[in-house]
Design a protein around this ligand. Sequence first.
Ligand code: G1P
Length: 289
Amino acid sequence: MQKVRKAVIPAAGFGTRFLPFTKAVPKEMLPLVDIPTIEYIVREAIESGIEEVLIIINKEKECIRTHFGHNVVLEEFLASKNKTKELEIIKELPNKIKVEFTYQEEQLGLGHAVLCAYEFAKGEPFALLLGDDVYVGNKMPATKQLIAAYNQTASSILGTLEVPDSDVSKYGICKPLPNEKGTLLKLESVVEKPKLEEAPSNLAIGGRYILTPAIFDYLKTQTRGAGGEIQLTDAILRLMEKEAVYSLAIDGRRYDIGSKKGFLEATVDFALKRADLYADMRDIINERK
Ligand code: G1P
């Protein structure tokens, strides 16, 4: 069985839900305190044992590339001022992992974005992490949980969360085979953004996947689906005719950074987790009660 060593992070969307901020700055650079959200995603991949990361961007988003590379001028400046702590902060990640980039020329949908990773995957299974979903795993990072399930099944794994009826139409929804029980379930089908009355369950795909390279065969020929977009979920449904696909309930807290409420919740929680900010954030909250 091939190991999961690679991760793909699509980051080429327009971020229309966060306008006007996203007019000039990619939504992936929205900070949770002082770290861009996409850095949390890359760190989750590293902590899950991933060795190579590909970020899919567009021409307007070069600052994401800048963020993950060495900034020699800044490094020399900080060194000359003896700002060792700051120097460590900016050098740590580029020293730890080499992040590669590719461009999605047209925004044709998530399935189309993932197809841009074809060359990078080179026939290997890979983790797919969507930037809107930031996880704090209970015992281990979300992607590590999925890799463990892949190691057990040698199959594609869709990380899931349970959503209320009011939200099923916002997600890809899984239908497990009858009699499947527990947290790891073999799937019968998946459907992208169904109406409530057509939703087969409340198990929503939560922005984390392990995909076998066979997915590319289906992405190459995938026609447009929900919202007129080339949907990854539709290609996964076709993949199921050839290979088993499983869902795994992710054990952890998920923040939907794509929504303003999720972004604000994450900002508060991440500040509360920081020793240098805990007291200040508590004061801010208490003063407003
Ligand atoms: C995408 C996927 C969807 C998944 C969701 C998770 O949708 O297409 O299946 O449930 O991410 O966040 P989007 O939110 O990009 O519309």
